[in-house]
Every structure is written in structure tokens, then in C-alpha cells.
Design a protein around this ligand. Sequence first.
Ligand code: DC
Length: 233
Amino acid sequence: MTAEIDKCTLPVIAIDGPSGSGKGTLSSLLAQRLGWNLLDSGALYRIVALMAARAGLIFNQDSTMEEALAIAKLTASLSIRFLGQKVFVNSLEVTDEIRREDVSIGASIVATFSPVRKEILGLQRAMQDSPGLIADGRDMGTVVFPNAELKVFLDASAKARADRRYKQLKNKGLDVKLPDLLASIKERDERDRGRSESPLIPADDAVVIDSTGLTVEQVLEQVCLEGKSRGLF
Ligand code: DC
């Protein structure tokens, strides 16, 4: 007889913060270093926005509850798989598409719909697996994993975040403009922080780190020290 693993006892490190704060890079480095599973919850909202647009579903900031419910229904029907760095939906790879700027904006809109958040909640909790989970998002420490052993809220100024994104996209050979990126980051921040459902705020017991003047390695060391001091690894 194999013993059932009680998922609730598996450790979780919640990493929350705004777009471009470096939490994605931090989370994947931490997952690699510890050999833990990684949940990129933003990818789930991105997938929903991409698939809703593909299905011709209409959504915007002023969407009705009916429109939000239609997107939640679509969310429930999706079969999502993460294989290493790759993301698949209904067996189709969408790894690059979900990173497009229009999808980023769509994701921040569908993320304001409470029926969609409810659907995604179950998907996120199902990712909790042995030996532990690094959960990257906006509401990991406040809503999805309120009992996480370590909660980090990673912040950085909007300007520093836009600069980082600009460099990333330029390195990929994309033609982007810094003022446009800064405006887009500020617009998404406003939506993420101002929404009534799971707004982007640090959990009361989160360790808040401002990464503006820090390298990713410095942030990683700080988080590892916090984890060690809690006896997590
Ligand atoms: O982290 P990201 O940029 O990939 O996230 C895309 C959008 O999804 C972002 O605008 C906010 C939303 N999101 C959210 O509301 N809750 C999460 N846990 C993760 C992302």
C-alpha cells in the first residue's frame, strides 16, 4: 500500500510582486537550486487571455458578468501542461505566444474577473507536489497559499522594471520603445493593485524585498537565508 501524500503538509515558498520585479527569474533559479516544482501562475492568466481571444470571446475592462462567466467556462475546459520551460494548451505549444505584449494586457484584464480567478485557484493548488513548490504570482501568499512557509514580496520601481523588460525584449531582437513599456507597466500595476478581487498587496507576514538596486543573485541569496532560517532546506 502506498501512503497518500498530504499535499497540505508540503512546503510552499510564495513569491509575489508586480510585473518585471524579477520574481520570475528568482522563482526559476530557486526552483532549480532546491529541486522543487515551479508554478508560474501568471502563465495561467496569459493562457486564458490567449485562448479567449482565439475563441473570439469579447473581454475588456468593462466586461459584463456574462462575458466573465463565458471566459471562466472556457478556462475550465482547458488542458494545460508545463513541460520544463514549455507551455502546452490542449496539446498545442503556446510558450512564446503567451509572452506577447497584447497577451500581457489581456491577462491583466481577465485576472480581474472573479469567476476566472476561482477556476484558476484549483489549478494552482493542484500544482503543490513533492518535495516542495515555488509559487510565483500576485496573490500566492495572500489567497492561494495563505499557509506558505515563506512569503516573499519582491518589488522594484516602475522605471527599473521597464528598463529590465526593455533589455530583455531588445535582446530578443524586438522593436520596442521604453516610454511605451513604462506606460504599459504602470497601466498593469494600476489594474493589478486596484482590483477588488485578490489585489496585488504583500501578505502581512511577507518578507518585502526591493530589488531596484540589487542583482538577481543578491536577491536569491537573501531569500535562501530566509528559507534556511525557517528550516525549510
Ligand atoms: O506575472 P505575469 O506578468 O505573467 O502575469 C500576467 C498577468 O496575470 C498580470 O497582469 C496579473 C495577472 N496575475 C494575477 O492576477 N495573479 C497571479 N497570481 C498571477 C498573475
